[in-house]
Design a protein around this ligand. Sequence first.
Ligand SMILES: *Cc1c(COP(=O)(O)O)cnc(C)c1O
Length: 431
Amino acid sequence: MDVPSSPKNTRKPIGFAPPFIDDDTIRAVERVLRSGWITTGPETAAFEKELAAYCGTDAAVCGGSWTGLAGGILDWFGVGPGDEVILPSYTYCATANVVLHRGATPVMVDLPSPLNQDGFNLTWDAVFPHLSARTKVIMPVDVGGWPTCIGDWTTKLEHWTTSHGFQANSEVQATLGRPLLLLDAAHSLGASIDGQSVGAQADLSVFSFHAVKNLTTAEGGAVTLSLPSSFDPTEVGKKLRMLSLHGQSKDAASKYHASGRDAWRYDVIAPGFKCNMTDIQAAMGRVALARYGADLEKRHTLADRYDAGFANWGPAHLPKRRDERRQTSDHLYALRLTDLIETERNDLIQQLREVDIAANVHFQPLPLLSAYAQRGHDPKDHPEALAAYACEISLPLHLHLEFEDVDRVIATVKRAHAVILSQRTPGSNPA
Ligand SMILES: *Cc1c(COP(=O)(O)O)cnc(C)c1O
């Protein structure tokens, strides 16, 4: 007798973003583990050089996470109570948390209206009305890997400052003479504007190497420096490294290599946090960076496949991936199904789950989350972000996928969508 087996048993599960760990990665980690030096040392220094070269910037500094580095940068710039940091409401909580950790005020900006002016990103015109005498930093986010900072935001900030002034309350702020452009590039390593990698456009750009990101060191991150010439990138890099290690003037490696009677001695220049990168992480990162061009190609090919599958399908609004000047890093395949309401979108994710396809939502606008609602951020002030979120679904996009997997995801999304429409109560039209 023919017993139809359930799809669950015959099909391989499709994860959302499982890490891609090849044999070279495992060998590199083993080499470091056997070397006798496992925390910040030669591997981290080499990874920093390679990242700076990859992004075409003066310098790069690695750390234990995006969050650790971004926080250190706010401390370096002297951001504290009374200061405002402009950021989108459409982002991950880390973007706002680092500001709250400093006692500063996150000014959450809704996505530009009407929606889809620049994918899920803020535009300069959306940011501009929120600039104030208290603005110390603006922190846009390259959502899904789509570059935000097109049209020279630092020059625009300089112009704004010329007419509005800038009240510097730290030495570093005085040197810059305007608000800092700090890019949340957690998603956008390898994305580009005019052929130039993301990392070189903003004053500072912070990448995340968390397990689900395009390039991973399990946990980790890096900042690339592209500050005006009034700053010495080597000195700033040193400062940021110190701030990631308790503000210690020498890390373990420099004490080890120092000579003379006082080789052991160090100062603490500021009460820093502890978020340095280990050489084990850096070894993973170096292997992944050497391979990254090919990884990106594969991501682009998979996302192209999604684009082709959803093109000309009425309800699908495809993510922004390329224009005349920009190229995404294809971190997320963030699809919007514009005829679904939020509960129907949730049903669709559940239907995918039932056939072992993992999907996610990027992002829940921050005012929907308790921590920010309690601080007075109101979803009502963010109608565009809510509209973008309600029908968004992020589909699997990672290096273990093959075309047939993508095709299965596309077919399942379309089938589930049809089921959802067929289940609507006759006469009602929620969308
Ligand atoms: C992942 C992520 C972060 C935080 O990165 P960590 O390395 O986990 O600290 C920040 N911003 C965005 C948009 C992210 O997706």
